[in-house]
Write a protein that binds this ligand. Structure first.
Ligand SMILES: *[C@@H]1O[C@H](CO)[C@@H](O)[C@H](O)[C@H]1NC(C)=O
Ligand SMILES: *[C@@H]1O[C@H](CO)[C@@H](O)[C@H](O)[C@H]1NC(C)=O
Ligand SMILES: *[C@@H]1O[C@H](CO)[C@@H](O)[C@H](O)[C@H]1NC(C)=O
Ligand SMILES: *[C@@H]1O[C@H](CO)[C@@H](O)[C@H](O)[C@H]1NC(C)=O
Ligand SMILES: *[C@@H]1O[C@H](CO)[C@@H](O)[C@H](O)[C@H]1NC(C)=O
Ligand SMILES: *[C@@H]1O[C@H](CO)[C@@H](O)[C@H](O)[C@H]1NC(C)=O
Length: 416
């Protein structure tokens, strides 16, 4: 008949262990001929819509003249194999579907880790995962950077279906690895592209390394200096030990150690010497030195320091003038101090001119002040004449006013 030449159609199925597999068998044209599914052990599972094997995990999905579909839930590794769909024509026609069951790798474990590890020691970390089918892939990373060419070992598990895979990382501990995160990554088709990762933070102990940092490049007498002893090491070396010329710090009043810092205040030439910072941790010790040379105070900056102290007094005004010109002269002659002598001659004229102007202004203001005072005395006098008749007192007042003017004249002459 019509379906004489036709074979049933099936498809291979891959399912993750514990999942559900659908087995589908189709026939395009069928004149009421029966369909059947049987398992790898040749046991009939379904004959049309009739269940043949007692197994709660196997259920009918659809049964018609054109299709027989069944599902197997909670699939185990032993369910793997070749399933057969048969169409009961004469002769019987069959089609095979292979059910592949994937073994899910267990969460990987890193072994061989000891903490802490001394710098220079050999470290062997092994990452292992069982239960994968097919064998899983293992990769190593250090701080997200892949480590290549690592040994890989594959063993069959006791069930003879899945595998235990392991990989061993072999390296010498270095201080730069302290705190690094080493991770073992397991990729497998059963993991839906979310790999299983085991991580291990390395702790590597190493001897201290020390460095002295000075707060000043040119320490001068009277200044203060801070020497910082930067020390690294695992465990962290703390505290650090400061010494001078192989002995204790000679002046604890001025030489104060605070944590890693040595602060020397009011530097003095006797502070010259070799300062040593020593750092010790349980692994070992290390030290470094700093040679301190205290320099003389440089004088060139002194006039500039005077300037902010200038105030209102007339005497200091002239001082301000000379210092300001002096600083302008030094500013010009910073490169060649010998040129200072040649420069002073034109400067004298300049200073003279400015002094003259200042004296003139001072004179004028004194005169104006004198007149002002005299006028006030005058008004005061007339007011008194109206109220009473203390003429002799007014005379003394005028004399006093004149006297102040004389004083001003004297002052003027003093200034010239
Ligand atoms: C199997 O068949 C059932 C019922 O039709 C359906 O719900 C399920 O999604 C199918 N599973 C797969 C993996 O195709
Ligand atoms: C197939 O079976 C249906 C009832 O299930 C029947 O009506 C039909 O005639 C049958 N066809 C053949 C070709 O035997
Ligand atoms: C189904 O799987 C078997 C066994 O793995 C294989 O030989 C066959 O070619 C596969 N068929 C298809 C259509 O993939
Ligand atoms: C001491 O520290 C220096 C750097 O600060 C380092 O190069 C050296 O290896 C250290 N010595 C020891 C014994 O660790
Ligand atoms: C420097 O120190 C020495 C000894 O501590 C002291 O005798 C001397 O007066 C100091 N000099 C100055 C300028 O402070
Ligand atoms: C300290 O060093 C300075 C600069 O080298 C030098 O002039 C001075 O004599 C030294 N003082 C002592 C006490 O060593």
């Amino acid at each position: 008949r019509d379906n004489q030449g036709q074979f049933p159609l099936t498809q291979n199925v891959t399912v993750v262990e514990g999942g559900t597999a659908n087995l589908t068998c189709r026939v395009d044209q069928n004149d009421n001929t029966s369909l059947q599914w049987s398992n790898p052990a040749q046991q009939t599972l379904y004959f049309d819509d009739k269940k043949a094997l007692r197994d709660n995990r196997i259920e009918l999905v659809r049964a018609s003249w054109h299709e027989l579909s069944i599902s197997v839930s909670d699939v185990s590794l032993s369910d793997e194999g070749q399933y057969t769909c048969s169409l009961f024509t004469m002769p019987v026609k069959t089609s095979k579907a292979f059910l592949t069951v994937l073994g899910v790798p267990e969460k990987p474990q890193i072994s061989g880790f000891t903490s802490p590890v001394m710098e220079g020691e050999r470290m062997q970390l092994t990452c292992k995962t069982s239960g994968s089918k097919p064998a899983a892939d293992i990769r190593w990373f250090k701080n997200d950077k892949e480590i290549k060419d690592v040994k890989y070992l594959k063993e069959e598990d006791a069930n003879r279906r899945t595998f235990t895979v392991s990989s061993t990382l072999d390296f010498r501990a270095d201080r730069s690895d302290d705190g690094a995160v080493v991770s073992c990554r397991v990729d497998h088709e059963s993991l839906n592209s979310t790999p299983q990762i085991a991580r291990q933070v390395l702790e590597i102990h190493y001897t201290p390394s020390v460095k002295i940092i000075s707060s000043s490049l040119w320490p001068e007498e009277g200044q203060s200096i801070v020497l910082t002893c930067e020390s690294k090491g695992k465990p962290l070396p703390e505290p650090v030990l400061w010494t001078k010329d192989g002995g204790e710090l000679p002046d604890p009043e001025r030489m104060v150690v605070n944590g890693r810092d040595l602060r020397i205040s009011f530097l003095n030439k006797t502070d010259n010497g070799t300062y040593r910072c020593e750092a010790t941790n349980p692994i070992g010790q290390n030290s470094t030195e700093y040679v301190l040379i205290v320099h003389d105070v440089s004088n060139t900056l002194l006039p500039i320091i005077v300037i902010p102290s200038l105030t209102t007094a007339t005497v200091t005004t002239t001082v301000a003038l000379t210092t300001s010109t002096a600083t302008s002269a030094t500013a010009i002659n910073t490169r060649d101090p010998n040129a200072l002598a040649g420069q002073t001659a034109p400067d004298h004229a300049l200073i003279g001119g400015i002094v003259a102007v200042v004296v003139f202004v001072t004179l004028c203001s004194i005169i104006l002040l004198g007149r002002y005072l005299a006028r006030h005395k005058g008004t005061y006098l007339t007011n008194e004449a109206k109220g009473a008749e203390d003429a002799p007192d007014a005379d003394t007042a005028i004399i006093n006013a004149e006297g102040s003017q004389v004083n001003a004249e004297e002052k003027k002459e003093y200034f010239i």
